[in-house]
Design a protein around this ligand. Structure first.
Ligand code: PLP
Length: 377
């Protein structure tokens, strides 16, 4: 079977096998990772290795900290303003809203900051990224937030904005939950990146924060100390018991990514080449059909999350998952081992998530099924 879930999501089989093999006894120490003290030497090695491997994979410069936390990306929708909004006397925060996740981030930040929506794709149903030249950014807010891949609406930034060139002197914060490790990151344009692990990285429970050092130390007094990024950095992500199992499996995924090859390319570059190929195959099949449609502007279509609709007899997208045509499509997919294709409830239709662990054969099987179903519809 091929699992197209948006997250928690399909994992590299080799990683699952290794985790299973080491479940009872990690490297002959007589304990499984779940059973180890987080303060012991064994887990210390696992944590340090995972952080170092992630730094190497994403070419994270030395003046950034790699932090592991909990709470998921949603907790950090609150923790980012609690840590950074104090950089501006009125806690000014600008947010670019390109889908459900950045919309949620703006809403949460309003509890702690003076949030201005600098641009929004809401009018177009989140099918395009407003041209950065039209964004209404303040001159020096505490930070500017965007979601670099909108998991629900399938909208991805293929290039991060250069805020300085837009006249805005502020660090850029990105929620990269659903495309981390699928492409390189231009750290010259980013102040802080955060994301949940449960898509391209590993089990739910681990949240990544990669933060430029000069942004530490601005937490508001009400910021919980376990989520104060400066304290997390000082205590090597171990203010309290970290999600040890999730960190261990994430570390295995980092090693798996580093070992992947695509021609001359390795690591994240190889992941990116595969992501481009998977996305090309699926979007071409959708665009080349009469039955299926993806409504996102081709300039910002996500390589990771592909929402699409079947059309009704009148040619309009069928959003209701209970419509007999959608139900038949999902039933047939399930029978062929093409799992979890139902779209997010707020958008309807279908969604195929094509994360790093999805082999091209999975996308080919989906495309074959799309064609077969169209012939029979
Ligand atoms: N941000 C994005 C882009 C997501 O895809 C998700 C999805 O689950 C979240 C935030 C929420 O993450 P969590 O469930 O880890 O809080």
């Amino acid at each position: 079977p091929f699992n197209f879930s948006a997250g928690p999501a399909t994992m590299p089989e080799a990683v699952l096998r290794q985790a299973a093999a080491e479940m009872l006894d990690w490297h002959g120490c007589g304990m499984g990772v779940m059973e180890m003290s987080h303060r012991g030497r064994e887990f210390g090695e696992i944590l340090e290795q995972a952080q170092a491997d992630l730094r190497a994979l994403l070419a994270i410069p030395d003046h950034f900290k790699v932090l592991f936390s909990q709470g998921g990306a949603l907790a950090h929708n609150a923790m980012v303003p609690l840590n950074l909004a104090g950089r501006h006397p009125q806690r000014a925060v600008d947010v670019v809203v390109t889908g459900a996740w950045s919309q949620k981030s703006a809403q949460e930040a309003r509890r702690y900051a003076d949030v201005q929506v600098a641009a929004s794709g809401a009018d177009g149903g989140y099918t395009a990224i407003p041209d950065p030249a039209t964004w209404r950014l303040r001159a020096n807010p505490a930070y500017v937030h965007l979601c670099s891949n909108e998991t629900i609406h399938g909208v991805e930034f293929h290039q991060l904005p250069d805020l300085a060139a837009l006249g805005c002197d502020a660090p850029l914060v990105i929620d990269f939950s659903s495309h981390v490790l699928s492409r390189p990151i231009d750290w010259g344009r980013v102040g802080l990146a955060f994301g949940g692990a449960q898509k391209n990285i590993g089990p739910a429970g681990l949240t990544l924060i990669i933060v430029r050092e000069d942004l530490l130390g601005h937490a508001l007094p009400i910021c919980p100390s376990v989520f104060d990024y400066r304290v997390l950095a000082e205590q090597q992500s171990m203010v309290n018991t970290p999600p040890t199992w999730a960190i261990y499996v994430a570390g295995l995924v980092f090693q798996w990514v580093a070992a992947q090859r695509e021609g001359e390319l390795t690591g994240v570059a190889a992941m990116e080449a595969r992501a481009i190929e998977r996305a090309r195959l699926l979007y071409e099949a959708i665009d080349g059909s009469q039955l299926y449609v993806n409504l996102v502007d081709p300039a910002c279509r996500s390589r990771m999350n592909v929402p699409f609709f079947l059309r009704g007899d009148d040619g309009r997208p069928l959003k209701d998952p209970a419509h007999p045509r959608n139900a038949a499509f999902l039933r047939g997919a399930q029978q062929r081992g093409l799992l979890q294709l139902k779209g997010h409830k707020s958008v309807g239709g279908m969604r195929a998530s094509l994360y790093n662990a999805m082999p091209i054969e999975g996308v080919q099987a989906l495309v074959d099924y799309l064609r077969e179903f169209e012939r029979s519809a």
